[in-house]
Design a binder for this molecule. Structure first.
Ligand code: PLP
Length: 284
């Protein structure tokens, strides 16, 4: 495998970063993950826009412009011959003597890797999974896609130990925020498709944004209104979205079936819509 590290392509097994990189010492950096489907990036513009926003929000200068970044991203994918998989990019504030305050005159560090993955799932029933709920113990700027993922890792580990795909986070007010690495959607007991509104407590998912556009185009109504834990447990359908989860039905929650324990009709429709979108030509 070939990685891109600060201007150089090298064997990933030999790639390294400085031990005083602020990403390593402070989690002072941001990242993006773009899905590669049939050799093409999915929703590139949305991911690059979010990357730029994340950088802006924590005042890290962009290491290069989008056009140059796209060239490097494509090159990493080409060198790794990834047809189905992901490309990962991480930008940290850079290398400096350890001091909490921002260093001056450092260059941001950029690392890009690509990885083969399973092809886009085509069968909804076999793509269905289960989830647990856990308290959302994260910080106050979850809208920035930082590499500070300890709380997310602890949550995902709990899910793994429970044999589940995802841990869904519940905040102190008893509201569903999002999954440890996914956006949460539900069809509530009244049949209304809902996902939480965007603010600084959740990551603005690119898959969420893409799906939102598809919903508008298809004339399917939905509300950006978070669910209480009780509403969530009474949901008719639950599904997750992310660049690597696509539209993922959740059919068991904390060991109990969601409704009748099978993917519901709204989830099925959106799964089809998103599959067509991912297959389509509207990507870089
Ligand atoms: N929420 C969190 C906390 C995430 O880490 C992710 C993706 O990694 C998402 C939501 C979904 O975002 P996207 O659809 O852009 O992959």
């Amino acid at each position: 495998r070939i990685a891109y590290v600060n201007g150089r392509y090298c064997a990933q097994s030999e790639a390294s970063v400085n031990i005083e990189d602020r990403g390593y010492q402070f989690g002072d950096g941001i990242y993006e993950v773009i899905h590669i489907h049939e050799g093409r990036f999915v929703d590139t513009d949305l991911h690059l826009a979010r990357l730029a926003r994340s950088l802006r929000e924590i005042a890290i200068p962009a290491p290069m412009d989008d056009a140059a970044l796209l060239v490097v991203l494509r090159e990493v994918v080409r060198r790794n011959r990834v047809h189905e998989g992901i490309v990962y990019m991480q930008i940290t504030r850079g290398v400096a003597r350890r001091d909490h305050a921002f260093p001056r005159h450092v260059r941001p560090a950029l690392v890009i890797t690509a990885r083969h993955g399973a092809a886009f799932p085509r069968d909804l029933a076999s793509w269905a999974g289960s989830a647990i709920t856990v308290p959302d113990i994260r910080w106050g700027r979850c809208d920035v896609k930082t590499v500070n993922l300890l709380a997310n890792c602890l949550a995902k580990q709990k899910a793994r130990e429970a044999g589940c795909y995802e841990a869904i986070l519940i905040d102190r007010d008893g509201m569903v925020t999002e999954g440890s690495s996914t956006t949460v959607w539900a069809v509530d007991a009244a049949g209304v498709l809902r996902t939480r509104h965007l603010d600084d407590h959740i990551l603005p998912g690119c898959t969420r944004a893409a799906l939102t556009t598809l919903l508008h185009e298809a004339g399917i109504g939905f509300e950006e209104r978070g669910l209480t834990e009780a509403e969530f447990r009474a949901a008719r359908e639950i599904f997750l979205t992310s660049a690597t989860s696509f539209v993922k039905p959740i059919v068991r929650l904390d060991g109990a079936p969601v409704a009748d324990g099978a993917p519901g009709p709204v989830t099925a429709r959106l799964f089809e819509l998103f599959a067509r979108h991912a297959d389509g030509p509207a990507h870089n």
